[in-house]
Ligand binder design. Structure first.
Ligand SMILES: C[S@@+](CC[C@H](N)C(=O)[O-])C[C@H]1O[C@@H](n2cnc3c(N)ncnc32)[C@H](O)[C@@H]1O
Length: 189
């Protein structure tokens, strides 16, 4: 699918105004203003904001096998898929470290959503150590060509240009006094 097609589907399925555009360099760029809905359905610390999964799903209607990495209590009704988390109490499909993903048959997946802790303070909440983003990106190189990674964070993770291309950059604003975040969409090349 082209990014024009993805964005057209996003507008059609979500009914939100068109706030994503294809830039002259072919990348999808734009901003998501999530608004004042503070509720994270699961009430899990750091859970995806309301509506996030619906938006991402609308951008990738053709994907068949989805993996949520750093899955927490992700709302699988909003975006079905398998899950990876270090915390066994969350009963993920795979209890595994995102920095290695040794238990995960990555070659089977065509879309990964990643939502790591953003800082040491955030990691403390989950009683984990802060992840090395570049190491996670290296593990994700086992994804098949044409797979995508949708990474929500406050920074652009380091990645290898011979393995991934940045296809989209979407700024995400929740409401006043919330952190400004960025959704980076990587395509496996
Ligand atoms: C920001 S939360 C994700 C919340 C999720 N998006 C949701 O909607 O519920 C980050 C998650 O990453 C997990 N985590 C932290 N370090 C990890 C690691 N090295 N490998 C796998 N999971 C990890 C934590 O247990 C926590 O559940």
């Amino acid at each position: 699918m082209t990014w024009e097609e993805r964005i057209a589907n996003y507008v059609k399925v979500t009914g939100f105004p068109r706030s994503l555009f294809v830039s002259e360099d072919g990348r999808a760029v734009g901003t998501w203003i999530m608004g004042n809905n503070y509720r994270v359905k699961s009430t899990y610390y750091g859970g995806y904001p309301a509506g996030y999964l619906r938006r991402v799903r609308a951008l990738f209607p053709e994907k068949k096998k989805v993996l949520h990495v750093f899955s927490g209590k992700v709302d699988l009704a909003a975006f079905p898929g398998d899950t990876v988390d270090l915390n066994p109490k969350l009963a993920p499909t795979y209890i595994d470290d995102a920095q290695t993903l040794l238990k995960v048959p990555l070659e089977d997946y065509d879309l990964v959503l990643a939502d790591p802790p953003y800082s040491v303070e955030d990691a403390d909440h989950y009683q984990t150590t802060m992840v090395k983003r570049n190491v996670v990106m290296r593990a994700l190189q086992r994804l098949p060509k044409d797979a995508h990674v949708v990474w929500l964070d406050q920074v652009l993770p380091m990645y290898r240009k011979d393995a991934f291309a940045v296809e989209g950059v979407i700024g995400m604003v929740k409401s006043t006094n919330h952190r400004f975040r960025v959704v980076t969409v990587f395509g496996r090349v």
